[in-house]
Design a protein around this ligand. Structure first.
Ligand code: G3P
Length: 512
C-alpha cells in the first residue's frame, strides 16, 4: 500500500485510434496530469485505414514527457510514479523485422476492410464455422488475423521476412512494449490476453496460442514470431521504459482499451457492463470466470487476466463507427467546425425528421456482421436540414447499442438493468438521453470519464501494490455520477428501432 513516502502515482499510456495520451493518476483515481496528441490517419483507398508505427511510438514518448513536465510543475517528482500501464486500440496489426526492429508496413487499423475478399475465401474453407467456439470471434475483416494474412499475400517485404523467419507480428500493445523497452536491445515481446484474444490465434480457455487455429489459417509458426501471452497485470513481464523522462520506470499493466474501460468502471464482477463511445463503441458485459460463446452475433473475449481466480471473460458488442461518424461530418462534409458542436446542431431540430443514417463505413459489426454494408442515409426530403442528419448520426450508435443489448439478453438469459457509459460521445446529454430512451434502462455516466486510462493504471498499480486488491479500489471513481432515465414509452422506442432495422437490411451489399 502506498504511504506518504512511497510512490503514490501511476501512469497510463492510452494509445487510441485517433489520439495518444499519457495520464498520471493518484491513488484515489484522480487525473493529476495529462498530455494528448492526435496523430495522422491514412486512408489510401476506400475501406483502407493505416497508421505510421513510428509515429505511434513518438506520440507516446512526447505524451509521457509532456505529462511528466506538467506533473513536476505541480511540485511532484517523477520518482513518485510507481509504474506505468498500457492500454491500446485493439486488433490493429503491426509487423516488423525481428532482427532490425523496424516496421515492415504501416499498421493496418482495426477498422480496415481490405481483407474482405480474403475473408470471403476463408469462410468457405472447411472448418470455418468451428473457429468461434475456440477463440470467441467470428471470421470478419475485424480481427488481426485477416490483416496479417492480407499482408502475407500482398506485401513483398512482409512475405520475404516471413520466408526468412524474421517476421514479428504484434497488436499495438506488443509493439509498444517492444519499442518502449528499446526494441532489439531488450527484445521484450509480450501481449496480454485481452489483446491476444482479438487475433483469432488464442484459445479462450487456455489463454495461450492454439496451434490448431494457427494451422487452420495456414500460418507456419516457425516463420512468424507471436508475442508471448502474459498476465494483464505483472511486475516483471513488460520490462521498463528505455527513453523519456520516465526512463527506468517499469511497465506493469496492459489491457486492450475496451477491457481497460471495464476495469476503470470497476466492472470486476459478473453482470456488470459498460459501453464506451470512442472512435467506435464497445459494450462489454462481464460474464464471469468462464467464457460464454454467443449465439446472437456478439464476441466472446477476455475481459482481464489479473491472475488465478481473477480472470474474467466478457461478451462484447462491437460497433465500428461512433465518434468517427462525427469526425466524418466535421472533416469530410464540413458540417460544423469541431465535434463538440455536433450535439448542439442536433438540438436545433426536434427529431430526426424521418432520416436514418446507417453509419456502416467499415461494414456493420455486432450484432449484424455485414462486411459488405456501406454507410447509407435514408429518408432525405427537401425538408431535411443539417440538424436532422446530425441527429440521425448520433442515433445510429444508440440504435446499434439497442440491438447489441437484445443479443446480450438472449445470450446471458437476463436483461441488463442499467448501463455504465464513458468515452467522448458520452459527454453529450442529448446522446445519453437518446440512449436511455431507446434501451429503456438508466444510463449512468461517471464524473471522471478517463476510465480507459484509469483501467490501465489500475492494472499497473495492482501489480506493484499501489492497490492490493479490488477492495482497495472501492472509493475510486465513484463521485458525481449522472443518471439518464428513459423518457419515452417502450412502444415508441420499438417503433423507432423497427425503422433502423429496416434501414440496416437495405444497406447490405453495397460494397459489391
Ligand atoms: O477494437 C477496437 C477498439 O479497441 C478501438 O477503440 O476507443 O479507438 O474506439 P476506440
Amino acid at each position: 500500500r502506498a504511504t506518504m513516502s512511497s510512490p503514490s502515482f501511476v501512469g497510463a499510456i492510452d494509445q487510441g485510434t485517433t489520439s495518444t495520451r499519457f495520464l498520471i493518476f493518484n491513488t484515489s483515481g484522480e487525473v493529476v496530469a495529462l498530455h494528448q496528441l492526435e496523430f495522422k490517419q491514412y486512408y489510401p483507398q476506400p475501406g483502407w485505414h493505416e497508421h505510421d508505427p513510428e509515429e505511434i511510438i513518438s506520440s507516446v514518448e512526447t505524451c509521457i514527457d509532456g505529462a511528466v513536465e506538467a506533473f513536476e510543475k505541480q511540485g511532484h517528482s517523477r520518482s513518485q510514479i510507481a509504474s506505468v500501464g498500457i492500454t491500446n486500440q485493439r486488433e490493429t496489426t503491426i509487423v516488423w523485422d525481428k532482427t532490425t526492429g523496424k516496421a515492415l508496413h504501416n499498421a493496418i487499423v482495426w477498422t480496415d476492410t481490405r481483407s474482405q475478399e480474403l475473408v470471403r475465401r476463408l469462410k468457405n474453407r472447411l472448418g470455418a464455422s468451428e473457429l468461434t467456439a475456440r477463440c470467441g470471434l467470428p471470421l470478419s475483416t475485424y480481427p488481426s488475423v485477416s490483416k496479417l494474412l492480407w499482408l502475407l499475400e500482398n506485401d513483398d517485404n512482409v512475405k520475404a521476412a516471413y520466408e526468412r523467419g524474421d517476421l514479428a507480428f504484434g497488436t499495438v500493445d506488443a509493439w509498444l512494449a517492444y519499442k518502449l523497452n528499446g526494441g532489439t536491445a531488450r527484445n521484450v515481446y509480450v501481449s496480454d490476453p485481452s489483446n491476444a484474444s482479438r487475433t483469432m490465434f488464442m484459445n479462450l480457455e487456455t489463454l495461450d496460442y492454439d496451434h490448431d487455429l494457427i494451422d487452420w489459417f495456414r500460418i507456419d509458426r516457425e516463420k512468424v514470431l507471436l508475442p508471448k501471452i502474459v498476465r494483464s497485470s505483472d511486475p516483471e513481464a513488460y520490462g521498463s521504459l528505455a527513453n523519456t523522462l520516465l526512463k527506468g520506470v517499469k511497465i506493469t499493466g496492459c489491457l486492450g482499451d475496451q477491457s481497460a474501460a471495464l476495469v476503470g468502471q470497476k466492472g470486476f464482477t459478473p453482470g456488470l457492463a459498460k459501453n464506451t463511445y470512442g472512435t467506435g463503441c464497445f459494450l462489454l458485459y462481464n460474464v464471469g470466470p468462464k467464457p460464454v460463446i454467443s449465439k446472437n452475433g456478439l464476441l466472446s473475449t477476455v475481459a482481464f487476466d489479473f491472475g488465478p481466480g481473477k480472470t474474467m471473460y466478457a461478451l462484447e458488442g462491437s460497433i465500428a463507427v461512433a465518434g468517427s461518424s462525427i469526425k466524418f461530418l466535421v472533416n469530410n462534409l464540413g458540417f460544423i467546425e469541431d465535434s463538440t458542436r455536433l450535439s448542439a446542431l442536433a438540438e436545433t431540430v426536434e427529431d430526426n425528421g424521418g432520416v436514418t443514417f446507417v453509419t456502416a463505413f467499415s461494414g456493420l459489426f455486432a450484432p449484424y456482421w455485414i462486411d459488405d454494408a456501406r454507410g447509407t442515409l435514408f429518408g432525405i426530403t427537401a425538408y431535411t436540414q443539417r440538424g436532422h442528419i446530425a441527429r440521425a448520426t448520433l442515433e445510429a450508435t444508440c440504435f446499434q447499442t439497442k440491438a447489441i443489448l437484445s443479443s446480450m439478453a438472449k445470450d446471458s438469459g437476463q436483461a441488463l438493468t442499467e448501463l455504465a457509459v464513458d468515452g467522448g460521445m458520452s459527454n453529450s446529454d442529448l446522446i445519453m438521453q437518446t440512449q436511455s430512451d431507446l434501451i429503456g434502462i438508466p444510463v449512468i455516466r461517471p464524473a471522471m470519464r478517463e476510465t480507459t486510462a484509469l483501467g490501465a493504471a489500475i492494472a499497473a498499480g495492482l501489480a506493484v501494490g499501489v492497490w492490493e486488491n479490488f477492495d482497495d479500489l472501492k472509493g475510486v471513481n465513484t463521485e458525481g455520477r449522472t443518471t439518464f432515465k428513459p423518457a419515452i414509452t417502450a412502444e415508441d422506442a420499438d417503433s423507432r428501432f423497427a425503422r433502423w432495422e429496416k434501414a440496416v437490411q437495405m444497406s447490405k451489399g453495397w460494397a459489391n
